[in-house]
Design a protein. Sequence first.
Length: 371
Amino acid sequence: MPVEFDAAVFTTPEAPLTIERVSLPDTPPPGEVLVRLKASGVCHSDFHALIGEWEVPAPMILGHEGAGIVESVGDGVTTLVEGDHVVLSWTPSCRRCRYCVGGRPVLCDMVSRHSANHLAFDGRTRVTSAGEQDVYSFAGLGTFGQYTLVPESAAIAIRDDAPFEQSALIGCAVTTGVGAVVNTAKVRPSDTVLVLGCGGVGLNAIQGARLVGARQIIAADISDQKLDQARVFGATDLVNSGRENLADRVHQLTGGRGVEVAVEAIGLPRTIESAYEVLARGGTAVVAGQVADGVRISIDPFVMSDQELSLIGSNYGSSKPDVDFPLLVDHYMHDRIDLDSLVTRVIDLTDINEAFDDMKRGIGIRSVIKY
Ligand SMILES: NC(=O)c1ccc[n+]([C@@H]2O[C@H](COP(=O)([O-])OP(=O)(O)OC[C@H]3O[C@@H](n4cnc5c(N)ncnc54)[C@H](O)[C@@H]3O)[C@@H](O)[C@H]2O)c1
Ligand SMILES: [Zn+2]
Ligand SMILES: [Zn+2]
């Protein structure tokens, strides 16, 4: 008997997601696990797809920030058993390619070939609609539905005393934000860090900088509410870049030096350029925000060589989900990172379109679907 469930399905850009009855085979194929989702966050990357800033295939179940329980495992699965609590990773790894073996699993060959195209590792979809149509799953996960069938390496076991709503956020915003600071930029206690954009990703970059003891953490956003939150997550200085000139304020706050690390967590060309322009000599700008398809930026390469500046990308916080997810759960359980304040609204799947309205209007941090 196939597993039937409701899912929020994307059909065309700008149209609201529709709740549809879909199904999955109940027996996982070899190497895959069936997961019953308990919670899913709603991330800005889903929004990029929803409004057509990213071209994605349809119909597709959106959502990629989930936590749940392993319902059943396919042949050959060795690291998970039924009943395990898991956080889902949108960069499942083959554990064999040059990137996996080289310690950069988010760049895995299988991810770029299949998960990034919203497919399973065999290049096919798993979910079927009532009309027998194939349905894509965002990043191979599709967490806006109660079940998902994923490669073993996409489900990372975590301790079973951690709450699902908070743990789900480790599946994207937390790992991305904390990792951009800790893994990609390798921030040191002597560094001043600027975080541009204080949404789900940016606030986690801020608390990542606090976790590693950064000397000064400057938060910038155009929303005063988000800046109030930035303070809660560890920012030492706040800049409303809608009202104040960011470069002037950073100059003033750093004694004219600039910042050692600037993390862009918005996804706009102008703010990526700003992050680069406020660096101290030898500084690093990290692009964590993701832009709409086709966007380009402009920087001064003379300054780049003269001052040894770096501009680097960060995918999933340059993380190693197998070890980083359980680590982040431990940090949360020991009160070293705050996941509770990130969850500003708990919703039913049927309220999914309201969550995107809130995101558009800048209300709250993360809406989390509870199944
Ligand atoms: N690199 C990755 O692996 C990765 C992973 C997840 C998300 N992302 C991307 O990160 C970005 C942020 O995602 P999120 O979920 O945190 O989004 P969000 O909507 O929660 O937050 C965006 C924040 O940016 C602020 N903002 C908007 N325009 C601004 C401007 N001009 N100047 C200053 N602040 C501005 C908003 O007020 C908001 O606080 C998105 O582009 C998303 O796709 C990247
Ligand atoms: Zn995301
Ligand atoms: Zn690989």
